[in-house]
Ligand binder design. Structure first.
Ligand SMILES: NC(=O)c1ccc[n+]([C@@H]2O[C@H](COP(=O)([O-])OP(=O)(O)OC[C@H]3O[C@@H](n4cnc5c(N)ncnc54)[C@H](OP(=O)(O)O)[C@@H]3O)[C@@H](O)[C@H]2O)c1
Length: 326
């Protein structure tokens, strides 16, 4: 494993982390022992960064992670989130009011079976609550020792800068991968940042942790997808408009070109996509998801080699159309 360090956070983070969204069964049906095995394989392979959220699996991912880390909690840096709530029909809403955060943190700590969440991230902006009020809640729970670092996910850089006047912000998380370099939407939700052009320079300047999410474009950058049905009927990825109808064509076309490069150098395409991220100094821990121990081990193995300069130039050429904010 390779570890990375930024100014604002004391610990070194593993260059490959793990995204725990699918540990709640939203992707491929719930299989607790499988996810526990993945968490144990993470720890055995040197992964220390675990990204999770209450909304993943409607609480289940946090519960599963808490159970899997029992007895080995000290080896993990848990990055959970707050602010994305839902009603009985599972319709989500953003709530980063002080009252809600003070309640959410206690519930997350219970589900995760821990006294402290290492990186506590605001999941999505709540434009109805002033940042100052949200910061007030974060300062209270930080002082109480319930969280150690604050992270902001999916925020414009203007908002991050404003928040930094009210509380320390040690981490950012944004959508970022080879084919979503400065993309303007995620699952149909408009994004308020251009990741490569705005977020990356700022995390470098501010010495923050940067966690790129969906680093494998939800699996498209593994070369497995084709036009048509790629997922089982309950898979959350069916709701990604970028995979529907004609929208997927431009991504599949570029993925084919990337796959050719991977085949030429004799490496799995997934590892090429992960190394493209890891070799950027601004990227701290890549929170890729994994649906099996084999996938996870394959992702960890990406740390054993680097993309050379010439191949990097070719990849840059292929992915250039995805540099515009669109
Ligand atoms: N902050 C936010 O708003 C936000 C939003 C989205 C995600 N996230 C975080 O980011 C994490 C990762 O993103 P993601 O879950 O969207 O997707 P991802 O990491 O881009 O893709 C994960 C999927 O890629 C496939 N895969 C992984 N390793 C593979 C390998 N070695 N070989 C072949 N296929 C492989 C698996 O697909 P199959 O299941 O088809 O096998 C896996 O489920 C999430 O778990 C979550 O923690 C955060």
């Amino acid at each position: 494993m390779i570890y990375k360090k930024v100014d604002k956070v004391k610990e070194e983070l593993s260059a490959i982390g793990i995204g725990c969204w699918n540990f709640g069964g939203d992707w491929d049906g719930y299989d607790e022992q499988k996810y526990i095995n993945i968490v144990h394989a993470c720890l055995d392979g040197g992964i220390n960064l675990f990204d999770v959220a209450p909304v993943y699996g409607w609480y289940q991912s946090e519960i599963t992670l808490g159970k899997a880390l029992k007895g080995r909690r000290h080896k993990a840096i848990i990055a959970s989130k707050c602010g994305l709530l839902w009603n009985e029909h599972r319709v989500t809403r953003n709530d980063l009011s002080k009252e809600s955060i003070l309640k959410e943190i206690n519930e997350s700590l219970t589900r995760l079976q821990t006294d402290v969440i290492d990186i506590y991230q605001l999941h999505w902006p709540d434009h109805n609550t002033p940042l100052e009020e949200t910061a007030d809640a974060l300062n209270i729970i930080r002082k109480a020792g319930k969280i150690r670092y604050v992270g902001m996910s999916n925020y414009s850089q203007k908002q991050v800068e404003e928040m930094m006047a009210y509380t320390q912000v040690e981490a950012q998380q944004s959508l970022y991968n080879m084919l979503e370099r400065n993309t303007d939407s995620y699952h149909g939700i408009p994004l308020e940042y251009a990741c490569e052009d705005e977020v990356l320079p700022n995390v470098k300047k501010w010495g923050q942790v940067f966690l790129p999410y969906s680093p494998l474009f939800q699996g498209l950058l593994t070369g497995r997808f084709s036009k048509g049905n790629n997922f089982s009927k309950d898979d959350i990825r069916n709701a990604n408009p970028k995979f529907a109808g004609e929208a997927i064509d431009k991504y599949l076309e570029a993925a084919d070109e990337i796959k050719k490069v991977a085949d030429e150098i004799g490496k799995p395409m997934s590892q090429l996509a992960l190394n493209w991220l890891r070799q950027k100094p601004e990227v701290t821990s890549i929170i890729s998801g994994a649906s099996s121990v084999a996938q996870l081990e394959n992702n960890i193995a990406s740390c054993q080699w680097d993309i050379d300069e010439e191949t990097m130039k070719r990849l840059d050429e292929i992915t250039k159309p995805f540099k515009s904010f669109s």
